[in-house]
Write a protein that binds this ligand. Structure first.
Ligand SMILES: [Zn+2]
Length: 307
């Protein structure tokens, strides 16, 4: 592919093309993949850049979504007749805009929900795909000529999030296990901190030649470099928990903690910061209480247990 639109170039292995993203994969854009076998060509996570350059792209026989987030399906509207697949746990978010909004979990924040719904529909071109098919953990998709894609269910970011291992290229597509300095995102209603940690352990064991993220980082070569990044990335979870414990040196309620933030910086202008902070902090609080590190001093007020 030689994009007339983008100033950056695609990267390739033998059967995988990592489609360039004008913004270096920075949100709201990201890196989509083309996987080409002798019989089939699949497009993975069509981004905003794919939406722009669709006309110069080769025909594809299928679209795979790693998960249902607005930025990973912003180009899907360009392929209305192409079969599309996602893990069944993310299917409700692809069947309807209501399902997607429920998955984000901004109920209780009607102004945020109304604004975000409009953004998803207008800026990310969301179109429901009630015809989508299931991707299953362990499934192997044969593309012909020995090219195959293994589906690895990696929940946490969303319930149905999947990574893809493409052989024989030894490319592990990490999607939104994005290894960024921001750290793991588990702030949606369908996210899970505990599952994300299990996913990190599971991915640690996969020795691939190339690791590819949807956002900034891009391509990482080899298992050792991947593990180094993964450790730093996982460390953000512990740093958030430490920040929460520091905030709980005095008793605070969940709304007070949300106002202080542990995910975003105080000055970050993120429209959905409050519901994301709330969901994230609630998950950390729950396990800190279970571990006896935090106690509920009166209903709805928490404090760290001094040791
Ligand atoms: Zn995502």
């Amino acid at each position: 592919l030689n994009s007339n639109v983008l100033t950056v170039v695609d990267q390739r292995t033998a059967h995988v093309t990592i489609l360039a993203s004008e913004r270096g994969g920075r949100y709201p854009d990201g890196r989509s993949l083309l996987i080409t076998g002798r019989e089939l060509r699949l497009l993975v996570d069509p981004s905003l850049s794919v939406s722009i350059r669709q006309e110069e792209m080769p025909p594809v026989e299928g679209v795979l979504l790693s998960h249902c987030h607005e930025d990973h399906m912003a180009g899907l509207h360009r392929f209305p007749a192409v079969p599309c697949s996602v893990h069944e746990l993310d299917m409700p978010a692809l069947r309807s805009i209501e399902g997607l909004m429920t998955a984000y979990g901004y109920t209780g924040y009607p102004a945020i929900e109304t604004r975000w719904r409009r953004t998803v529909l207008e800026d990310f071109h969301y179109r429901p795909r009630p015809d989508a098919k299931d991707l299953r953990d362990g499934e192997v998709i044969e593309l012909g000529g020995g090219v195959r894609t293994h589906v690895v269910h990696t929940p946490g970011h969303t319930a149905g999030h999947c990574c893809l291992l493409v052989e024989p290229d030894s490319v592990l597509y990490l999607a939104d296990v994005d290894l960024s300095s921001f750290g793991p995102y588990y702030g949606d209603a369908v996210s899970s901190l505990g599952e994300f940690e299990q996913t990190i352990s599971k991915l640690r064991e996969i020795e691939a030649g190339h690791y590819v993220t949807f956002h900034q980082i891009g391509v990482i070569e080899g298992h050792a470099a991947f593990i180094e990044r993964l450790n730093r990335y996982a460390g953000v979870i512990a740093a958030r928990e430490q920040r929460l414990l520091e905030l709980l040196a005095e008793p605070r309620s969940l709304p007070e903690l949300v106002a202080r933030r542990i995910v975003y910086r105080p000055h970050d202008d993120v429209p959905f910061a409050d519901p994301v902070e709330r969901r994230t902090i609630a998950q950390h609080l729950e396990r800190l209480v279970q571990a006896g590190a935090v106690t509920e001093v009166e209903p709805g007020r928490y404090v760290a247990v001094s040791r």
